[in-house]
Write a protein that binds this ligand. Structure first.
Ligand code: ZN
Length: 361
């Protein structure tokens, strides 16, 4: 049995408030624990989006009542909430800026809208951007101009990882994360198809950023030292929605993160040290997260099995990795002294999770 620290996932879509038929604070945190993740940071593109004191309280109240693992909540950057965001920063995981379109309503089209956020949001609090390709270059320039750290969410392209590498070499304070689906899937990977709905597109492929080419995936693996964190971008939607005429982008990922990474460790594509560095140590540093005392996970590193959505805790009921053979299974999760998960069962109640901004560091 392999003993590891509890993992931190800095990019999770909990879907509460507003879309609890996809997921909520209860099922998302069960999914996290089953995946060996003891701390999640939740994204703000809910319904309503989290962008002021009232909506932040809405999310934090739900989390306080329902979360089973520890959590933080991002605030979304809007066209006119830079002052409010800065004043609320201490209660948040950080600020999330959507510079390219994705699921939800939070998008800042115009660069004049970025400036007040880069200027006002406290430099010692995390600022995360969804920025792809050329808007990523612009975001990195903003970080340099305002001399503040910026964290780039879910990089997926060769040009992106090479740009971040160059920016780091120049001393710009940029960090980044990569998602398992961008490391293990390409635009050509066979994925489960929608069944008999006569749909024009395979909605189960839809994700932002899109799945990329093999050359991009290869570049991510070749430049793993440039990548600071693994993050799932756990973005659950139901199968009915994914197979509809207008499929929303997003994959669930909390329960497949660790088995996929451990399988890569087994294949010597990654070291166990890398895994811990990018799933625990770096996210703790980048997002200023407290240590979780008496917290660890136990993994059977020799257990070989197939990934099955039917065995997962996420409410969305599917996974793009259905049927994948993996090696490494989470047996037990201990969170702050209490066994939270063991052999397929969740053992802590709703409300056991703590807001990371209230935990002692
Ligand atoms: Zn996301």
């Amino acid at each position: 049995m392999l003993k590891l620290p509890g993992l931190i996932d800095p990019h999770v879509h909990v879907r509460e408030p507003g879309q609890t038929h996809k997921e909520d604070w209860d099922t998302a945190t069960q999914s996290a624990l089953a995946g060996g993740v003891t701390m999640i940071l939740a994204m703000p593109n809910t319904k309503p989006p989290i962008f002021d004191a009232a909506t932040l309280d809405l999310a934090l109240d739900a989390a306080k009542n329902k979360a089973r693992c520890d959590y933080g909540q991002f605030l979304g950057a809007g066209p006119d909430n830079a002052d409010i965001a800065a004043s609320l920063s201490g209660k948040t995981a950080g600020l999330k800026m959507y510079l390219d379109s994705t699921f939800g309503e939070l998008r800042l089209d115009d660069m004049t809208l970025w400036r007040p956020h880069f200027q006002n949001f406290p430099k010692d609090m995390p600022l995360v951007v969804h920025s792809e390709s050329r808007s990523m270059a612009a975001a990195i320039l903003f970080a340099a101009l305002h001399d503040r750290p910026v964290h780039i969410a879910h990089i997926s392209l060769k040009e992106e990882v090479l740009l971040i590498k160059a920016a780091k070499e120049k001393g710009i304070k940029v960090t980044c994360e990569v998602c398992p689906h961008h490391l293990f899937l390409t635009a050509d990977s066979p994925l489960p198809e929608g069944e008999g709905l006569g749909v024009r597109v395979n909605g189960r492929r839809e994700v932002r950023p899109r799945l990329a080419a093999q050359t991009d995936v290869d570049a991510l693996w070749e430049n793993l030292d440039v990548i600071d964190c693994f993050a799932t971008d756990h973005a659950p939607h139901t199968l009915t929605e994914k197979d509809s005429e207008n499929p929303p982008p997003g994959f669930p990922g909390l329960e497949t993160l660790l088995p996929l990474l451990l399988t890569a460790v087994d294949l010597r594509r990654l070291t166990l040290d890398d895994l811990i560095q990018k799933s625990v140590i770096n996210p703790r540093k980048i997002f200023h997260l407290p240590e979780q005392p008496e917290t660890w996970i136990e993994v059977d590193e020799n257990a070989e099995y197939e990934i099955k959505a039917s065995e997962q805790f996420t409410r969305c009921g599917w996974t793009p990795f259905e049927g994948w053979k993996v090696k490494g299974k989470v047996r037990k999760v201990v969170l702050r002294g209490k066994t939270a998960f063991e052999d397929g069962r969740i053992l802590v109640e709703q409300g056991y999770g703590r807001n990371v901004r209230n935990l002692e560091s």
